[in-house]
Write a protein that binds this ligand. Structure first.
Ligand code: SF4
Length: 326
């Protein structure tokens, strides 16, 4: 591990000032400390934001839900309001990582976590994300777990967060605070596709801090759930996943929110699937027809062609689980 300075911010103002001077924010540290040990990350200064008042889960005036950035994954997953209003988020969190990690890791850190591409974590390998311009070892290497959607010639790594897939499906917004004040960014714009700059992963400005993730109110009842397909049943990242939320009234689907994980360089919203569902009556045939669009635009690599079919089946299965078999 390389030497670094460590500051504990007593309040938001002090944190922002330290961030403005180039300090890296740290909360649970479950990703960043690992990467520092492996010398993948070498921050000169860390700013501990654990004392900031960002630990609340609140229902907004409009009936949405605001989850503070420092709420741990375990706290958010078990929170009564999250479980009752957005069980999709609870399920995605509970299927993430391990119990120990969920007790430490925060919601802000979860959406900031970096890819699990093994070449990214191997400092001897070519990796444009870690060392811009060095190349991408995964393109010709072992790429079974990599992205089939949203990749570029520079990077094909997936985003590892399950909660982020739920947030993308539910059209959440990220609340940010920085030297120029507060602002909000739609979740789907917060995480960036790699393009030619895979080292830039979030739409954060210098010194900005995540303060909360807000899920807007959706029509009720909203049936929802998260399905994760992985090589083993615990402590493993998704090969594919599907977040589905449906509002059915009068026997017709009025709202459909669908996103996929494990397949995209960012959590992958599926507008073609959503469009195929809207205005239709639930049926097994509809689930299959809509899910057939799940991999539209996919560009598989040598070892991950199986993800195209697996993604369609994951989405179809989760539509049937949430919407019912008929
Ligand atoms: Fe690096 Fe991305 Fe290539 Fe992995 S896929 S080696 S993270 S550039």
């Amino acid at each position: 591990m390389h030497p670094f300075a460590f500051t504990k911010a007593p309040n938001t103002r002090a944190a922002l000032e330290a961030g403005r001077r180039g300090g890296r924010y740290i909360a649970g540290g479950t990703t960043l400390v690992d990467l520092m040990r492996e010398t993948v990350e070498r921050p000169a200064a860390l700013v501990d934001i654990g004392a900031l008042p960002l630990r609340e889960v609140t229902v907004t005036e409009r009936g949405g839900l605001r989850i503070g950035a420092l709420v741990t994954m375990a706290e958010a997953a078990s929170h009564l309001k999250v479980r009752t209003l957005y069980p999709l988020v609870s399920q995605a969190l509970e299927l993430s990582a391990s119990a120990q990690l969920r007790n430490m890791a925060t919601i802000g850190g979860n959406i900031m976590q970096r890819t699990r591409c093994s070449y990214f974590r191997d400092v001897t390998a070519a990796c444009n994300k870690r060392a811009p311009g060095s190349g991408c070892a995964a393109l010709e290497g072992v790429n079974r777990t990599h992205a089939i959607l949203g990749a570029s010639d520079a990077c094909v790594a997936t985003h590892p967060s399950d909660a982020a897939v739920a947030f993308a499906a539910l059209e959440a917004r990220v609340h940010l605070l920085g030297p120029d004040g507060a602002r909000q960014v739609p979740f789907v714009d917060f995480l960036l596709r790699p393009g030619s700059t895979p080292n830039r992963e979030q739409a954060l400005r210098a010194g900005e801090l995540i303060t909360a993730v807000e899920i807007p109110a959706h029509p009720r009842p909203l049936k929802s759930g998260y399905l994760k397909v992985r090589d083993r049943q615990s402590y493993e990242f998704a090969l594919t996943s599907a977040a589905v939320a449906l509002h059915v009234r009068g026997g017709v689907i009025r709202e459909a929110k669908v996103a996929a994980g494990g397949v995209g360089t960012v959590p992958w919203k599926l507008p073609a699937v959503e469009a195929a569902l809207l205005g239709e009556r639930p049926s097994d045939r509809l689930w299959a027809e809509a899910a057939a669009h799940a991999a539209d635009g996919a560009r598989p690599l040598q070892h991950n062609r199986f993800k195209v079919e697996l993604l369609k089946r994951t989405v179809e299965r989760q539509l049937r689980i949430v919407g019912g078999s008929r």
